[in-house]
Write a protein that binds this ligand. Structure first.
Ligand code: GDP
Length: 611
């Protein structure tokens, strides 16, 4: 770390609390009622100096029934105020608890240069992955031999004594949301365009994202080693999209490269450094860190594990960090070489453990000096989120939805998504957000990676949401809880099938569909090896297991493998059917990575219509 004087200085805390804003305040000022959050009928009445029954009566006359404790949304508060002669204004409270909205103004003298953060974008097959790998493996310093030992979704590269931070972004179309988030942490977009293919749909999409994030674009014309390469054609096509090379008086740097042979790579890296110097990218390393979660997952041994990009300040390995609505104490912080770091300065990506929950990619984080501060802020954030989630809720099951759609009554649908990885989460969220049916609003109130939990059921129940599970399976307990709370869980394994189902329900047209229907479950209790085959000693815990069934291998609630039973035996004999409460030995065709404690679910495909 260059800026060593940091250790001697005291770090400044991120946000100073505005005392007025410490409590959510609501007041009447010159005939204007100013409020900051949703209020119950009783609270609003008190603030407006009227009786709760006045408000209840007002709504009654509008044919709406409300109770004294009922929370009112912004529109209803506005309506009441106007009816009782007040103008109304909602004020956003910016304080430490909504830190993503805090604008940090550092003093000029506290700012030091920081590395640029780069996202590589472009059309599929134009060479993004090859370029990411080529950069990663170029200029490998002594001691780093072997390259990057741990994929953390981002890495730093030394170029002529300066660092560049690269973010690996997925290239698939459905990951648009993630990519646009990628761009929001991004200073410069490197747009890869294959010289033999030219501008394609995702090239244009990438340009749009870069523009939306106000990130300058460096064009890397790739595959110039190929016979059909035509860089001039690419330049002309890009000019139609107002990406103009400097040589023609434009602002965009163009580099001709071959990610495959490495030609032009140094020039590209130097261009990035040159542009970042022009951009004067700076941050203050002497404050507690804030930044963004790039990736997160649940590690079996280490618990929640997240890649954080420090965007301002310095993250210390003993800091308390609030992410989303949870907080934690950093236990271990490593870089992309799996090397333990004591601190991480601006633009450094690090992988950390010690968080209490798996955050979402794109969540903001902030570090705090004491556990108490972090805990208070996390608690306030979770209250604010609950309140937000509860607003505008709408009672639905897919069945309800379909019926109401037929009667033309649907206005909104709340969804809670659980998927096997943060990547699928982003893809699903992005696809759901693209559903466009006039008059209907689809709200994703939570989308997280991992198994469906009791807390999901509670949230879905409170906000009348349907839970969509993608490549995950609810445990028996969770299923029971969902039934008790009347929460609907829909399980899917293909994005478009899930989107089609939602669209179909919203349009009031549900077709019969092939659905996976669980017929039995067995627990893997022990394992044997024979001729390189893994035989699982199982105990049937639900339903029955038939020979040659289609099966899911489920680990910690997540579907790890989807296939077919190989053999099914009771003692030494082949069995055609093993019932609940019996033991058996089973193999999965072509799959051996079975662990003790896994669950094997047998299923059948059945035609099913949601009525
Ligand atoms: P992505 O989908 O954009 O990540 O593209 P990939 O990096 O997977 O590349 C797609 C294909 O193009 C692969 O077969 C690469 O080997 C090939 N490729 C990538 N860069 C070059 C290049 O500079 N020259 C040549 N000849 N092939 C390349």
């Amino acid at each position: 770390m260059k800026n060593n004087n940091f250790k001697n200085k005291q770090r400044i805390s991120n946000v100073s609390f505005n005392k007025d804003h410490k409590k959510n305040f609501n007041k009447v000022n010159n005939g204007v009622f100013v409020f900051t959050r949703s209020l119950s009928v009783g609270e609003l009445a008190k603030q407006l100096n009227i009786l709760p029954s006045d408000i209840i009566k007002y709504f009654f006359l509008q044919k709406k029934m409300v109770t004294i404790n009922q929370m009112l949304d912004d529109d209803s508060i506005g309506e009441v105020c106007l009816n009782f002669g007040y103008d109304v204004k909602k004020e956003k409270v910016v304080s430490a608890e909504n830190f993503e909205e805090v604008e940090i103004k550092d003093k000029k003298e506290d700012l030091v240069e920081r590395p640029p953060v780069i996202t590589i974008m472009g059309h599929v097959d134009h060479g993004k992955t090859t370029l990411i790998d080529a950069i990663r493996n170029s200029h490998v310093a002594a001691g780093e031999v072997g390259g990057i030992s741990q994929a953390i979704g981002a890495y730093q590269k030394d170029v002529k004594g300066k660092k560049i931070t690269f973010i690996d972004t997925p290239g698939h179309e459905a990951f648009t949301a993630m990519r646009s988030r990628g761009a929001s942490v991004t200073d410069i977009v490197v747009l890869v365009v294959a010289a033999d293919d030219g501008v394609m749909p995702q090239t244009i999409e990438a340009i749009d994202h870069a523009r939306a994030a106000r990130a300058p674009i460096i064009v890397a014309i790739n595959k110039i080693d190929k016979d059909g390469a035509n860089p001039e054609k690419v330049k002309n096509e890009l000019m139609n999209h107002e990406i103009i090379p400097e040589e023609y008086g434009g602002e965009n740097i163009f580099c001709e490269i071959s990610a495959k042979t490495g030609k032009g790579l140094d020039n590209l890296l130097e261009s990035i450094i040159t542009l970042s110097e022009v951009l004067e990218l700076k941050a203050n390393p002497n404050r507690y860190a804030m930044g963004t979660v790039l990736e997160a997952k649940l590690d079996k041994g280490e618990g929640p594990k997240a890649t954080l990009l420090v965007q301002n300040g310095t993250l210390n390995n003993s800091d308390y960090v609030v992410v989303g609505t949870s907080y934690g104490h950093i236990r271990r912080m490593v870089n992309e070489f799996n090397k333990v770091l004591k601190s991480a300065t601006p633009a450094t990506p690090v992988s950390v453990t010690g968080l209490s929950e798996v955050p979402n990619a794109g969540d903001h984080f902030m570090a705090f000096p004491t556990e108490k501060e972090a805990r208070d802020i996390a608690f306030k954030r979770s209250l604010a989120k609950k309140e937000h989630d509860l607003q505008g809720s709408a009672a639905r099951s897919l069945d309800d939805l379909y019926k109401q759609a037929q009667e033309g009554e649907i206005t909104s649908l709340n969804l809670l998504i659980r998927a096997d990885s943060t990547g699928s989460c982003e893809a699903l969220k992005s696809s759901v957000n693209k559903i466009n049916i006039p008059g209907v609003k689809v709200n994703v109130i939570r989308a997280t990676a991992g198994a469906i939990t009791d807390s999901d059921i509670a949230l879905a129940s409170a906000s009348n949401a349907i839970i969509y599970g993608f490549n995950v399976r609810p445990s028996a307990n969770v299923k029971a809880k969902a039934e008790e709370e009347k929460v609907e869980i829909r399980l899917h394994r293909i994005i478009y099938a899930m989107i089609e189902e939602i669209e179909g329900a919203l349009k009031g047209m549900l077709k019969p569909e092939l659905k996976e229907v669980s017929i039995g479950q067995m627990e893997v209790r022990n394992l044997f090896k024979a001729n390189k085959l893994t035989i699982a000693g199982c105990y049937v815990t639900e339903g029955h297991i038939k020979a040659r069934s289609k099966v899911h291998l489920v680990r910690d609630g997540v579907v790890i493998y989807d296939g077919e039973l190989g053999s099914l035996k009771r003692f030494k004999d082949d069995a055609s059917d093993v019932k609940n409460g019996f033991e058996c030995g089973a193999t999965i065709l072509g799959y051996n990575d079975i662990h003790e404690g896994d669950m094997i679910e047998a299923y059948e495909m059945k035609e099913e219509t949601v009525k």
